[in-house]
Design a protein around this ligand. Sequence first.
Ligand SMILES: *Cc1c(COP(=O)(O)O)cnc(C)c1O
Length: 398
Amino acid sequence: MLKNAPMSPPLPSIDSFAAAKLAEIRARGLYRTIRPTVRHADGTVTREGRRLISFSCNDYLNLAHHPEVKARARAAIDTYGAGAGASRLITGNHPLLDALESRLAALKGAEAAAVFGSGYLANLGIIPCFAGPGDLILMDEYCHACLFAGARISGAEVMTFRHNDMDHLAALLAEHRQSFRHALILTDGVFSMDGDLAPLDEMAPLARRFDAWLMTDDAHGVGVLGRDGRGSSFMGPDKADVPLQMGTLSKAMGSYGGYLCASRTVIEYVKNRARSLIFTTGLPPASVAASIAALDVIANDPALRGEPLRKARLFADALGLPQPQSPIVPVIVGAPDAALQAAAALEERGFLVVAIRPPTVPEGTARLRVTFTAAHQDQDVLRLAEAVRALGLPRPAP
Ligand SMILES: *Cc1c(COP(=O)(O)O)cnc(C)c1O
């Protein structure tokens, strides 16, 4: 017992610190709440007792509730248990993980794959394997937050190029490449907040020319875009020349986990080096089994794979928005408060559409991020477009 403890202690400094930070976040219109929500098989959700049609989920093919996916996840629990027990390097390589890695490598046209705990963990682990102090990372300014996180912890010099601006990337490479030992270029294959694609057909040759290694984050591409749902490297007749294809199992696959597909040697090195693979517990068997089942569904159902993009186009056409390249359609609102109000108004009308604010997107571009899934009914897509129009959106470009 402390002898001189004060009778009524002041607010602990950590609480006053947190309270002041929260006040600052609120004042900037950036306060976030996480609301209790249940997702259903038909693409609707229950929130505060109300049923809403969700247009804010990345489960593009609704596989999280697919009967076959759920059955195989259940069977994996019965056979292998609920958890992995330890890191893969300690308790060993689960047979389901080997199977999943082979399937992912085949899907991505790569020799091998490494599965991680999540997409975020994958990027935290992979990037420092290929860039460190004395190396250069060039990344698109709109890259996902976890690519920035991985780049920062790598200790490499980090430069951003203007979104999808290949002239800017080429200029940075011409000016800086020679001053660094290795160079790594990072981009989303499909940009998560804008839904547009990286120009890999230009970027890959540029990377080769400057002896830089190209890594794509295909979180939003796999399963829904490209030949046979193989993602953003497969938009053209030939596979794009991308030596490091990263992605997540948490979106179109409907499950959880992240991965890298690359050459056999690169994967062997990553499994020896990536700290977020070595020092963390392996994925639960159910998640792995669900991902394998999801890959089967994706392989066997071409019509299903095309549905999310078809619905995105239906929505964009109805509002006169540019032709979407992916199932993600941004409706730019501008100010954070206005985006929140628009989302609340849509919720009143039975639609769940998430408002995305800075720092997730650049200042002044707070938006509704509308995502489409295979389960959406065309008439609901059109009703949503009507409701968006009734809010005076999309605003004419400034
Ligand atoms: C969602 C997302 C991630 C993170 O993947 P998780 O599996 O959810 O951790 C990484 N990159 C991009 C582009 C994403 O959209």
